[in-house]
Write a protein that binds this ligand. Structure first.
Ligand SMILES: Cc1cc2nc3c(=O)[nH]c(=O)nc-3n(C[C@H](O)[C@H](O)[C@H](O)COP(=O)(O)OP(=O)(O)OC[C@H]3O[C@@H](n4cnc5c(N)ncnc54)[C@H](O)[C@@H]3O)c2cc1C
Length: 491
């Protein structure tokens, strides 16, 4: 759809140029295509317009213009999301935060940083490092993903096992509501009074407004960090070691596992030199006071050996620690070395059923001939099965999609969830009814409608039905008008 084909968009580009400046608005088709997908490149939509505001006033102008014209908008940070959350609308405006990159304040005394949403995750740590602090949630994409995207997805990372997810580190936000109002929730103080609306914003995937400022906790750099790499015959042993370590009361900063296929990919891509013949590797990192780390480290090592680790390496220095992490951190991209196409799945299961679920995934792989590499946050049961396929082989993409869905069913059957950290976005909306009842989904919609009665903020994401604000919750009889128009689908 182009501006000429959508009457609601007529005049919007000119209005936005006048408000934000000519360089801040893109309507040229070729340039718009830069923004047609996020990290989930299977879905592509060219937006009608892209705007790049430089401050909150620009965001307000863009959102208000959309509200007045009844045009949907989608917020986008760095576009690294893996669930199609920042997938544009052909009839809408994409609001990109990459010019909102100011670190407004590092307040070491209060252990807080105040930043604009386009600030890159790792840049907060770089800015706070001089005072001996860092920002703990560390997605593997932390070199490029934005803090606004992290807030919207409630992102995690290897070190969230001990430190918690984004939601545990955000104490305040400023956001632009879908009618253009600027709202502040929380601040530097730890707990705001009243309903936890801040908690609703974190993880809302851009459906409640555009976040324009974030206040985050800073964590003191630990006195000591020790990292261990253990090679096991297979995932059973590595999974048993994981449960034993946590069962013993040790909470590592990070505990990550890779299976044989994931190791093969990482070796091909970055030559990480993991133990020869390993069917699984476990990376365990402990941090904290030196004496505590020393004592717990001995315990970790003991549990790894007791559960069959045939090789254990202990990082002697930062360089060796980085080499242990190189294979893990590059794993998603590395899979491109062994398969032309792949789906990055993200499901959660209770840690105690890790081995059982991994066996079932292996069976699914054998039954369908679709290879699955596993690389995951073992400590908190957050699986990232990488489902490999070749789009050039007829029917293979569809089979990979089926395996991917079956893995999510497994997670639900075992008391887990369809997403641990990558969000629902466009990709998993169809799986929401497998996990939530109609009543659950209606209740979530009521919250969404309270923020966005016009349904303009990132519509079509997260929720599987085309239900709109103002409709009575409950089962619908017959097709919704949006279904008839071919705009929405009920799964
Ligand atoms: C190689 C790789 C590794 C990854 N590893 C991890 C990992 O370890 N852990 C993890 O959790 N994720 C990981 N991800 C996923 C991704 O990096 C995160 O979801 C990240 O938070 C997305 O940030 P972004 O700036 O790229 O957001 P985008 O992709 O641009 O947007 C993501 C969502 O946030 C919304 N959004 C963006 N900015 C705003 C805003 N200012 N206000 C409101 N909504 C907004 C968008 O509408 C969209 O719904 C990985 C991705 C890649 C490609």
């Amino acid at each position: 759809m182009t501006i000429d084909e959508a009457p609601a968009l007529t005049g919007l580009a000119e209005r936005l140029r006048a408000a934000l400046g000519p360089d801040a608005v893109i309507d040229d088709h070729q340039r718009l295509r830069t923004y047609e997908c996020d990290g989930l490149a299977q879905y592509r939509v060219t937006p009608a317009l892209v705007v790049l505001p430089a401050d909150v006033t620009g965001v307000v102008a863009a959102v208000r213009a959309c509200a007045e014209a009844g045009v949907p908008f989608v917020a986008r940070g760095s576009g690294t999301g893996l669930s199609g959350g920042a997938l544009p609308r052909a009839d809408g405006v994409l609001i990109v935060t990459s010019r909102l990159r100011r670190i407004i304040e590092i307040d070491a005394a209060n252990q807080r940083a105040v930043v604009e949403p386009g600030v890159i995750n790792l840049d907060i740590t770089k800015a706070a490092g001089a005072d001996g602090y860092y920002y703990a949630p560390d997605p593997s994409s932390q070199l490029i993903c934005s803090i606004g995207g992290n807030v919207a997805e409630n992102s995690g990372g290897a070190h969230c096992l001990k430190y918690g997810f984004t939601t545990n580190h955000v104490t305040g936000v400023q956001f632009v509501a879908p009618d253009g109002e600027v709202v502040r929730l929380g601040g530097k103080a730890p707990d705001a009074t009243g309903y936890d609306l801040l908690g609703a914003i974190v993880g809302s995937e851009g459906t409640l407004g555009v976040v324009t400022e974030v206040t985050v906790r800073l964590v003191r750099e630990p006195e000591a960090v020790r990292t261990l790499l253990a090679g096991f015959a297979g995932v059973d042993d590595a999974g048993a070691a994981t449960s034993a370590i946590i069962g013993a009361g040790v909470v590592p900063a990070a505990m990550e596992m890779m299976d044989a296929l994931a190791i093969e990919a990482a070796e091909a891509a970055v030559r990480c030199g993991y133990p020869d013949g390993a069917g699984a590797v476990l990376i365990v990192e402990l941090d904290g006071p030196a004496a505590e780390v020393e004592a717990q480290f001995a315990e970790v090592e003991r549990h790894c050996r007791a559960h069959g680790a045939f090789e254990i390496r202990i990082a002697a220095d930062d360089a060796e620690r980085a080499s242990f992490w190189r294979g893990r951190k590059s794993a998603f991209a590395a899979v491109g070395r062994i398969s032309p196409d792949y789906i990055v799945q993200d499901g959660v299961i209770p840690r105690t059923v890790l081995a059982e679920v991994l066996h079932r995934i292996a069976e699914l792989s054998r039954e369908t001939g679709i290879r699955v590499a596993n690389v995951f946050h073992a400590g908190d049961g957050n699986l990232h099965p990488l489902v490999l396929f070749d789009d050039a082989v007829p029917g293979e993409a569809e089979r990979a999609e089926e395996v991917s869905g079956a893995i999510l069913d497994l997670c639900i059957q075992h008391g887990g969830s369809i997403t641990g950290e990558h969000g629902v976005g466009s990709d998993k909306a169809k799986y929401m009814p497998r996990m939530f009842s109609d009543a659950d989904l209606d209740t979530m919609q009521l919250l969404r409608c309270a923020f966005d009665p016009g349904g303009l903020a990132n519509p079509g994401k997260v929720f599987p039905t085309p239900r709109l604000c103002g409709e009575v919750p409950g089962r619908h009889k017959g097709a919704h008008p949006l279904q008839d128009a071919g705009i929405a689908e009920v799964f």
